[in-house]
Structures are given as structure tokens and as C-alpha cells.
Design a protein around this ligand. Structure first.
Ligand code: NAD
Ligand code: UGA
Length: 469
């Protein structure tokens, strides 16, 4: 029986390994993590992450060929294939701070693999890493060369949160990069055999190591660039009377452009787009390519601009002050169908409104009060560095209340900001909401999900992204 071990039981490691276990009943899969509380949650009925369909998959294989364990070394030492899916955050200190990837977690995992291994291993980079990381990892793995052979593969993950299970079941492609040597080719084939249990072989792409590593950063940069492009257009639409949804539709019907990922919004969030582009920018700078670095940096700048533009619009349209006014925030997660708040635009928007002394009442169907308070009190980039976090000590920000019902959030408010596109916000009883709000009642739709004309008929003043008033 082939044994797989995955180091890192997070948003990627957990779902990815659960799907491998489901699709390959003859493979034993162990997911390990230094966080005991995370492993305990994976072994309970309350999984540590909310992801549609995940519970089902885990229930079908847990205890059969899928195991979650905090005994990292034991499972690593017996595995044939080791996936490393640890966090690779943005550095907060020292050389490259604010841009470069912090490979501390990766390096410590690699050193541990080298120390505990007693047989040859295939080590798979699942985390998103800077191009050429495999070269550094190879050096670490062979540092105490006990005659054990390691083959490094790059197998970046392309799943999106909220649709992780369907993305894993039916991926556009699986990418495997490896050394162009007989041993490298053999290792690529071994990993290909795993995915071939359910992914059509023509969708399993094999490249050299550096192309695979760079393709992951490139894919995220291209995706984020589309959002910043359409968001930049949204500002021009607001200034000219064009409607960004009509513009997106018109350009998306060109088969060379395509219709997906063209929704204007309050800005993109999530744990990876910003981190990976900053990483790309840093790599370009290190390689003496300032023009290329500046090109990609602009994607982040437009995203920051979009978030601050949203805050400015709220404040300026509410007679240039929100001081003491109650603003309801509907949605805090970075997108629907996840409880993840990493780099959510809601953090910057809420901080901006708090800076103007607003009182916030926040509701999200999947995010806890503790998480919201932690997010609002944390410094940039600290969220992905567990050592910087103070668990269970969320700051009490007096002007913020977190409630468990949209109607409670909006009661007596002067304005509503919709910051996540949860389906339930489309079907709220806006007549009832209007009756219970201060007048004039404002709606700022940061996701373009409400029917603005209908709301205007009720009496709301509605601001959408990139649409005429
Ligand atoms: P995460 O923070 O949810 O999970 C990482 C886990 O690794 C944590 O539970 C942490 O405790 C554990 N860990 C850290 N160091 C360890 C060590 N030395 N030994 C054992 N466990 C250790 O992160 P994530 O969202 O799963 O992302 C992981 C990687 O995958 C990142 O590089 C990210 O860029 C990439 N990625 C993420 C997504 C996504 O949707 N979240 C998608 C594609 C790629
Ligand atoms: C993204 C990529 O889509 C995945 O392929 C990749 O694997 C992953 O990053 C990663 O490397 O972590 P994710 O961040 O989970 O996945 O979610 P997306 O659906 O890409 O959304 C990211 C952000 O962009 C969200 O805030 C979303 O609301 C926003 N977005 C997305 C828009 O504002 N407009 C769009 O048209 C699409």
C-alpha cells in the first residue's frame, strides 16, 4: 500500500488529502500538523474549516484510509510521498519584509523530513512558493545525507475556497513539475498515477520544476489582474454613466477574453492573491526587472484604491461624516461559502469607517465574533504568522458590535454596506429593513448583488460598484 503524508492540515492540506483518500481507497493518507487544536477539530464533527461538501468526503474516509494526527514525525518517517502544505506567508521583518515569502515553516518541515527519514521519499511542494524554492529545499533535505534519496516535485494547488471540493473533483488541470532526470521522471509518474485515479490524463500537465513553481504565481497574478482591471473600469464607469456589468458582459463575450472573473467588487481578498503577487514583485526586483515588478505591483495598488474608494464613497455620500452613525456591515468573509477572513476587504473597509468614527454592526453567517475582533485589531500580514497571534485575546473595539442576524445588524442603522456576496443577502426583506432604518436609508452594495432599482422604489439611496446612480 502506498503511504502518503501531508504536512499542514489547513485549507489546502485537509480538503486535498481528503479527496485523494476518497478517490484512492488503496492509498493510506495521513494529514499531520503541529497545531494540536486543528488536528482535534479534523477528528471531530466540527471540522476546522467550512467548505461545502467537505464533511461528506471526510466522513466517508476518516478512520479507513484517511487519518489526522499531531504525531508529525511518525507519519513522515513511514510515508512514500510527502506533501508539504504549510503556510508561506509574507515576511513581516528583515530582508524583503512586506513582500518576500517567509519560508520559515517550509524550512522547518524540510529539516524535520531530512532528520526522520529512513527510506527514499518523494517530497511534493503543495504550498505556493517562490520560483527556485525546490533548489533550496533539495539542499536542506540532503544536508545530512544518510544515503537516502529525495526527489522534489512541484505540484501547486489551484482550488478556490468555497468551491474546493468541486475544484478538486474536477480540476481544469493538475500540474506536476520535476527534475528532467530518470529519477525525476519516475517520481513525476508516481504522483501522476495518484491523480490518474480520477483526473483524465490529458489534464495532468508535466513540466520542469521552475515552470511549475512559477505557473502558480503567474496564475494567481493573472486572476487578480483581471479583477483589478475590471475594478479600475468600475471607477471610470461611475464617472461616466457606463455600467460595469454591461461592460464586463460585452468584453466577456469575446472568446479571447472569456466571461469568468470579471465581477467588479469592493476589492479582492483571500489568503493568496496579495501575498503571491507581492512575492512575484519581490522575485522580479531580485532578478533586476523593476519594470516587470512595477507592472504587477499595480494590481495590488488598484485593489487598495478600490477599498479606499468604497470607504470614501460611503462617507462622502452620507454628508461627509459617519461619526456616531450606525453602519450595518453585511458579510465579513472574503467571499461567499467560506468562513475565511484572511485579507478580506471587509477588514480595510471596517477600519476605514472606524477611522471616521462610525459605529459598526457586523453580521456574517460563517464568521465568529472572536475572529472579527481579532481581524480588526491585527497588524497587516500578522494573521499568517501564528507566533504573532494572541489567541483568545481579541481587542474590544467599542464601536463594533457583532450580531447573528442580518435584521438585527441593520436595525436603526443609517446605512448598509454589503461586503460579501452571500446568497441570503439577495433575498432579505428589504421593505422590512427600510422601515427599521434611519432616513435617508443608504445601501452600498460592494458586490453588486441587490436589485438596485427595486430598492430605490422602496426608498433606499443605493450605490453599487461601477453603476450609474
Ligand atoms: P493554512 O494556514 O490553512 O494551513 C497551514 C498549516 O500548516 C497550519 O495548520 C499550520 O499549523 C501548519 N504548519 C506550519 N508549519 C508546520 C510544520 N513545520 N509542521 C507541521 N505543520 C505545520 O494554509 P493554507 O491556506 O492551507 O495554505 C497552505 C499553502 O497552500 C500556502 O502556501 C498557500 O499559499 C497555498 N494555497 C492556498 C490556497 C487556499 O485556497 N487557501 C489555494 C492554493 C494554494
Ligand atoms: C484563488 C484562486 O482562484 C485559486 O485558483 C487559487 O488556488 C487560490 O486563490 C490560492 O492560491 O489561494 P480564492 O482566493 O480561494 O482562490 O478565491 P477566488 O474565487 O479566487 O476569490 C478571490 C477574491 O477575488 C475574493 O475576494 C472574490 O470575492 C474576489 N473576486 C473574484 C472578485 O472580486 N471578482 C471576481 O470576478 C472574482
Amino acid at each position: 500500500m502506498v503511504k502518503i503524508c501531508c504536512i499542514g492540515a489547513g485549507y489546502v492540506g485537509g480538503p486535498t488529502m481528503a479527496v485523494i483518500a476518497l478517490k484512492c481507497p488503496q492509498i493510506e493518507v495521513a494529514v499531520v500538523d503541529i497545531s494540536v487544536s486543528r488536528i482535534t477539530a479534523w477528528n471531530s464533527d466540527q471540522l476546522p474549516i467550512y467548505e461545502p461538501g467537505l464533511d461528506d468526503v471526510v466522513k466517508q474516509c476518516r478512520g479507513k484510509n484517511l487519518f489526522f494526527s499531531a504525531d508529525v514525525e511518525k507519519h513522515v518517517s513511514v510515508a512514500d510521498i510527502i506533501f508539504v502544505s504549510v503556510n508561506t506567508p509574507t515576511k513581516t521583518q528583515g530582508l524583503g519584509a512586506g513582500k518576500a515569502a517567509d519560508l520559515t515553516y517550509w524550512e522547518s518541515a524540510a529539516r524535520m523530513i531530512a532528520d526522520v527519514s529512513k527510506s527514499d521519499k518523494i517530497v511534493v511542494e503543495k504550498s505556493t512558493v517562490p520560483v527556485k524554492t525546490a533548489e533550496a529545499i533539495e539542499k536542506i533535505l540532503t544536508h545530512n545525507s544518510k544515503g537516502i534519496k529525495f526527489q522534489i516535485l512541484s505540484n501547486p494547488e489551484f482550488l478556490a475556497e468555497g468551491t474546493a471540493i468541486q475544484d478538486l473533483f474536477n480540476p481544469d488541470r493538475v500540474l506536476i513539475g520535476g527534475r528532467e532526470t530518470p529519477e525525476g521522471t519516475k517520481a513525476i509518474q508516481a504522483l501522476k498515477d495518484v491523480y490518474a485515479h480520477w483526473v483524465p490524463v490529458e489534464r495532468i500537465l508535466c513540466t520542469n520544476l521552475w515552470s511549475a513553481e512559477l505557473s502558480k504565481l503567474a496564475a494567481n497574478a493573472f486572476l487578480a489582474q483581471r479583477i483589478s482591471s475590471v475594478n479600475a473600469m468600475s471607477a471610470l464607469c461611475e464617472a461616466t454613466g457606463a455600467d460595469v456589468s454591461q461592460v464586463s458582459h460585452s468584453i466577456g463575450t469575446d472568446s479571447r477574453i472569456g466571461p469568468k472573473f470579471l465581477n467588479a467588487s469592493v476589492g479582492f481578498g483571500g489568503s493568496c492573491f496579495q501575498k503571491d503577487i507581492l512575492n512575484l514583485v519581490y522575485i522580479c526586483q531580485c532578478n533586476g526587472l523593476p519594470e516587470v515588478a512595477n507592472y504587477w505591483k499595480q494590481v495590488i495598488k488598484v485593489n487598495d484604491y478600490q477599498k479606499s474608494r468604497f470607504v470614501n464613497r460611503v462617507v462622502s455620500s452620507m454628508f461627509n461624516t459617519v461619526s456616531g452613525k450606525k453602519i450595518a456591515v453585511l458579510g465579513f468573509a472574503f467571499k461567499k461559502d467560506t468562513g475565511d477572513t484572511r485579507e478580506t476587504p471587509a477588514i480595510d473597509v471596517c477600519k476605514g469607517l472606524l477611522g471616521d468614527k462610525a459605529r459598526l454592526s457586523i453580521y456574517d453567517p460563517q464568521v465568529t465574533e472572536g475572529q472579527i475582533r481579532r481581524d480588526l485589531s491585527m497588524k497587516k500580514f500578522d494573521w499568517d504568522h501564528p507566533i504573532h497571534l494572541q489567541p483568545n485575546s481579541p481587542t474590544a473595539i467599542k464601536q463594533v458590535s457583532v450580531v447573528w442576524d442580518a435584521y438585527e445588524a441593520v436595525k436603526d442603522s443609517h446605512g448598509i454596506c454589503i461586503l460579501t456576496e452571500w446568497d441570503e443577502f439577495k433575498t432579505l426583506d428589504y421593505e422590512r429593513i427600510y422601515q427599521n432604518m434611519q432616513k435617508p436609508a443608504f445601501v452600498f452594495d460592494g458586490r453588486n448583488i441587490v436589485n438596485a432599482d427595486k430598492l430605490r422604489q422602496i426608498g433606499f439611496i443605493v450605490y453599487s460598484i461601477g453603476k450609474p446612480l
